[in-house]
Ligand binder design. Structure first.
Ligand code: TYF
Ligand code: FE
Length: 401
């Protein structure tokens, strides 16, 4: 029998449309019974912020997210404030220190604003931890039940690259707003008139930057520990030395919902964008989050109006005859993409539209990508050159050599 683990308990409760998710993030059916480490999907992306109170406001006002839960001094948590935000099926958790002696202070001093936990929903926490332990992974939190009046979550965590962790959570027996210790809280910010209800609906992939020479080790970690499979798209040293100064491989879980491209720097004329990240993040960490939207045009227009800055794409990108021939027909005239700097790529399965923000925080580390998939399961290979040149223009402005 095939066990399908495609929708998280949250999504089942919310009546999420599976077909829509297939379109948005390239979800596939698979047999979870043969999977040593079954993963249903994303649970949350947990950020540390130097000012969670204001970051939570930013994700609401600029990115249109909805505040759903809170923990902090008012709820008995004297160490830090924690804001839980949602957009469609994605959950972001923004943590910031209240107590000057909070461990978050030291974390933030070192890494700045960034992602500390890429939490995953799993149907069987204990099975995953047994598999991870036998494959030699670092278990940073032993499985335990955490209970309140809303039920019980089973939770554990393993370490991944840098100081990043994967919390593994089974929330099928829990119906609270997030986790025990959190109270439901709703947004006080009103959506701008005419702005779509949501600017993104799901999380597509999270990219990790690791140190020079360590990419294959981390690919192997996800293969061996978590049973992830390698996807076809990669950036080899052929592309790397020409312009991008990075190498990249992609791993995905069984249903392809959780996709992790892993980058390492390559030696080139200028400092690699990955080296710049590693220097300012002080080590390996999450580089970009790609969020899926069903209407990238509307999303980009709203985000720009809300003050989000995107990388520029030169007109020459759109005027290239070869590009026009390669992409064929897409759902909007190329001029509409050009006006907004949206990139387009096509492969044997279909096409995708994508655009990248400038770094979101003070350090040149974490940024976002918006992606609208139309059949393509790739990551925009045809855009790597234009994208990396745009990133390098930004690096130049920061005085990178
Ligand atoms: O996730 C990807 O593979 C694409 C391209 O530093 C990319 O979004 C790859 C590396 C990088 C920035 C973007
Ligand atoms: Fe990406």
């Amino acid at each position: 029998m095939t066990t399908t683990v495609n929708l998280t308990p949250d999504e089942l409760a919310a009546g999420q449309d599976l077909e829509q998710l297939k379109q948005l993030v390239g979800l596939v059916d698979y047999d979870a019974d043969k999977d040593p480490f079954p993963v249903t999907g994303w649970d949350a992306i947990v950020f540390v912020s130097g000012n969670a109170t204001q970051s939570a406001m930013y994700y609401q006002s600029a990115w249109g997210m909805e505040l759903v839960a809170y923990s902090g001094p008012e709820t008995g948590n004297r160490d830090h404030k924690s804001f839980v935000l949602k957009s469609g099926s994605i959950r972001f958790v923004i943590n910031g220190a209240v107590d000057p002696d909070s461990p978050l202070v030291e974390h933030h001093r070192k890494h700045g604003d960034g992602v500390v936990d890429i939490a995953l929903e799993v149907p069987d926490v204990d099975k995953c931890i047994a598999q991870a332990r036998s494959a030699g992974a670092k278990v940073v939190r032993e499985p335990e039940d955490v209970t309140d009046e809303h039920g019980t979550v089973r939770i554990a965590a393993i370490g991944t690259y840098g100081e990043t962790v994967h919390t593994l959570i089974d929330r099928s027996k829990y119906d609270g707003p997030y986790l025990p210790g959190y109270v439901a809280q709703s947004s006080t910010i009103e959506r701008r008139e005419g702005q779509p209800k949501r600017l993104f609906q799901a999380l597509d992939h999270v990219v990790g930057n690791v140190e020079l020479g360590h990419m294959d080790e981390w690919v192997e970690f996800y293969n061996r520990v978590m049973g992830f499979v390698n996807m076809a798209e990669f950036i080899g040293d052929d592309i790397a030395t020409d312009y991008s100064a990075l190498m990249s491989k992609v791993v995905a879980n069984g249903n392809h919902r959780v996709k992790f491209p892993l980058n390492e720097p390559a030696i080139a004329k200028k400092k690699s964008q990955i080296d710049e990240y590693l220097e300012f993040y002080r080590g390996a960490g999450a580089q970009h989050l790609a969020v899926a939207t069903g209407d990238i045009i509307k999303s980009v227009d709203a985000l720009r109006a809300n003050g989000v800055e995107f990388l520029n794409t030169p007109d020459s990108y759109y005027e290239d005859e070869e590009l026009r021939a390669r992409i064929g027909e897409v759902r909007v005239p190329v001029e509409e993409l050009q006006k907004r700097g949206i990139l387009v790529d096509r492969d044997e399965d279909g096409y995708l539209l994508q655009i990248f923000t400038k770094p979101l925080g003070d350090r040149p580390t974490v940024f976002f990508e918006l992606i609208e998939r139309h059949g393509s399961l790739g990551f925009g290979k045809g855009n790597f050159k234009a994208l990396f040149e745009a990133i390098e223009r930004e690096q130049d402005k920061r005085g990178n050599l």
